[in-house]
Design a protein around this ligand. Structure first.
Ligand SMILES: [Fe+2]
Length: 257
């Protein structure tokens, strides 16, 4: 298990979100283009990283520590991470169950991969975080097994759902994708939050424009404001984490603190 993104991905996503190319970042950070290109190529330099973190509003200490960061959250019983193929990468689906009632979040990239790892029998619902192909590729195959599918827009319109003892609340997480929905789940030992690609352990899903990058920060901050302190995050890529760990160790932490 490793993080979804390394420090070069984080820098590239921050540049893209702020609409800065290497030249613009060089001017803003006051360091030569070559030093930025070296960083983006994977050569870590503390001084250069410090300068560009200031220009990109990233947490320089968190970025420097990213190669050693691997959160170990107390994921409660009943939660299962399902790794699904996404080209040469992995995408997560999450199964959450209690007392014989199971719900599934997202459906992977392939048309039937999800059904090889999750039984549709007795599955109360499939809830979608956002309609990127790596999250909805198996949606129709699950629906064809008679499982109720709740899209990100339907979830936001309804707001709250109950599945046995599991209480689910949908919140807007637009930014990386519009629309996008996050799900708080209460009813297990810890509160859970399924954010889709709005945040990963040590990173976040990329945003195409400055506007959507700012929107992503606003929606995530609003969601976290209503979370329990021990809330466990179940992201669309990479390992589970907690809000507290991400506040300390995610280089983008200033955007949602
Ligand atoms: Fe996505």
């Amino acid at each position: 298990m490793s993080l979804e993104d390394d420090f070069t991905d984080v820098i590239a996503k921050a540049m893209r979100g702020l609409g800065m190319d290497v030249q613009a970042l060089s001017t803003e950070a006051g360091i030569p283009v070559g030093e930025i290109e070296a960083l983006l190529g994977g050569k870590m330099s503390g001084a250069a990283a410090g300068a560009i973190c200031a220009a990109l509003s990233l947490d320089a200490d968190a970025l420097a520590a990213l190669p050693r960061y691997l959160p170990q959250p107390p994921v409660p019983p009943g939660v299962r991470r399902i790794e699904l193929p996404f080209g040469k990468w992995i995408v997560n689906a999450w199964e959450v169950g209690r007392g014989g009632v199971r719900i599934l979040f997202d459906a992977g990239c392939g048309e039937r991969d999800i059904l090889e790892k999750v039984s549709p029998h007795g599955l109360a619902a499939l809830l979608i975080t956002h309609a990127h192909p790596d999250h909805i590729g198996g949606r129709d195959a699950v629906a064809a097994q008679g499982v109720r599918v709740i899209s990100e827009t339907e979830a936001l319109a309804a707001g709250r759902f109950s599945f046995g003892a599991l209480e689910v609340k949908a919140v807007d997480l637009s930014g990386h994708c519009i629309p996008a929905t996050g799900y708080f789940i209460n009813g297990l030992e810890s509160q859970l939050f399924v954010p889709g690609d709005a945040i990963f352990a040590g990173s976040m899903g990329g945003c195409k424009t400055r506007e959507t990058y700012e929107l992503a920060a606003r929606t995530l901050r609003a969601a976290f404001a209503e979370a329990h302190p021990d809330c466990v995050l179940l992201p669309g890529h990479g390992p589970a984490t907690t809000i507290a760990e991400e506040l300390a160790s995610n280089p983008f932490n200033r955007r949602f603190a």
